[in-house]
Design a protein around this ligand. Structure first.
Ligand SMILES: Nc1ncnc2c1ncn2[C@@H]1O[C@H](COP(=O)(O)OP(=O)(O)O)[C@@H](O)[C@H]1O
Ligand SMILES: [Mg+2]
Length: 249
């Protein structure tokens, strides 16, 4: 399946009297990898969770495939959008392959089709379906678990992927490898990706465009090179400069 667009139109969201998002507008094109980059607590996760309706906006609109998410059945919506988070959330009692087959099973795919898909996805993320596929999650390394999380998010052939710091718990070397593999994978699959990180290097490695979020608003949306050459605000400039002076991992 190919990618579907995601759009935020003047979206606001508060928790109690804390205004987290203020009239945020952003359009993620079909097939594009857009990275939401910003400091911890700036509202990235909230923005992401508005797409699959784990949060509801106070005002404004969120659209998936051109249709307001409020008008989608949440279950149908979530089956068309892969979602992976840092803590991964694999079912500990199920072997890896069964974890990857979960959404296809909910979708009523035949056992054979599910099996084949799980094997294909595990290979795609660089895991051996015969070995790793039979293990329980606790028998994997952190990096392997996060690969399984991505394989599971991809399993039902979604039109969009929401990834919330999916490589956050991995050591720097494995992380670099995961990032470059993910980059070639997302390009090959033509899927729309909305990727959250507070890691500037990661954003620069993965993004077609980066949306810098700070203080409840999007400071700038631009391809990585443009962000460097023409930062739109002091906040963006400081962020980019910080990444350049950081020592390599
Ligand atoms: N369910 C919630 N209830 C109350 N406050 C929340 C909730 N979710 C997030 N927040 C607050 O909203 C702000 C943004 O959170 P979040 O979107 O998780 O930021 P980020 O992902 O950029 O670190 C933070 O101050 C956080 O404490
Ligand atoms: Mg977050």
């Amino acid at each position: 399946m190919s990618g579907a667009s995601i759009e935020f139109r003047r979206v606001s969201k508060a928790f109690g009297d804390r205004r987290v998002l203020r009239e945020v507008s952003l359009e993620i094109r079909a097939g594009e990898t857009c990275v939401l980059l910003g400091p911890s607590g700036c509202g990235k996760t909230t923005l992401l969770r508005l797409v699959n309706r784990l949060e509801e906006a106070d005002s404004g609109e969120v659209l998936f495939a051109g249709r307001e998410v409020a008008r989608w059945d949440p279950v149908a919506l979530r089956r068309r959008i892969g979602y992976a988070i840092q803590s991964v959330g694999l079912f500990p009692h199920l072997p890896v392959r069964a974890n990857v087959e979960l959404v296809p099973r909910l979708l009523g795919w035949t056992r054979e089709r599910r099996r084949a898909r799980a094997i294909e996805m595990l290979r795609l993320v660089g895991l051996d379906p015969e070995d790793v596929g039979r293990r329980k999650p606790h028998q994997l390394s952190g990096g392997q678990r996060q690969r399984v999380g991505v394989a599971r998010a991809l399993a039902a052939d979604p039109e969009a992927l929401l990834l919330d710091e999916p490589f956050g718990a991995v050591d720097p070397i494995a992380r670099g490898r995961l990032q470059s593999e993910f980059r070639s994978l997302s390009r090959r699959l033509g899927m729309t990706v909305l990727f959250v990180t507070h890691d500037v290097r990661e954003a620069f490695r993965l993004a077609d465009r980066i949306a810098v979020v700070a203080e409840g608003v999007i400071q700038q949306v631009a391809p990585p090179a443009k962000l460097r050459s023409a930062p739109a605000s002091g906040i963006v400039e400081a962020l980019v400069r910080g990444a350049e002076t950081e020592p390599a991992p």
